[in-house]
Design a binder for this molecule. Sequence first.
Ligand SMILES: [Zn+2]
Length: 206
Amino acid sequence: MKAGIGVRIHLIRGMSNSYLVDDGTLIDAGAKPAAVLAKAREAGINIKAIIITHYHVDHVRYARDLKRETGAEVIAPALDADVIRGKARPRAPNPLVAAFMALAKAPGVDVDREVMDGEEIMGYRAIHMPGHTPGSTAYLKEDALFSGDAVVERGGGAALPPKMFSLDINEARRSLAKLAGLGISTIYPGHGDPFPAASLSKLIVK
Ligand SMILES: [Zn+2]
């Protein structure tokens, strides 16, 4: 896959999608290290940074292993960082998900750098999109948006993440308005396939 600026983006599937970008960035750590490292070798990419979209286990499961293997810096949303470090408990939208989260915990990983809304890091602009989790953040690189679960793909277009796993689905929906007017062409979601950003408009509440 190619974004408008010509960076190459490799999708590696796992518990969630991981995207390996040829600028040395890995977005999310839900794919097994062996698969990520094989792709990096094949593409000649040296992974320098692991950028996390939010604290859910399917996005951070392999961050610690990958950090150890590559020496990459881990970058994560400020509001989700302590959960990712294993120093705080995730907030769950309901008791069932709370029980699931207690069982399926990711190993804590050192977060080297916390990002806030609007910050630019490694050429990516952080867009804080709370709702799915408190810190949920999408990352914009030129016209490519890595959305984590702030917006996912269903039926070839944009969809809200499952309500059951989202802290506040109404807030998640309101957060989508932040994506209007950013010149995004393609969205690379945490689940499903990349899709055209034009399909977002039906979800954005004005
Ligand atoms: Zn999630």
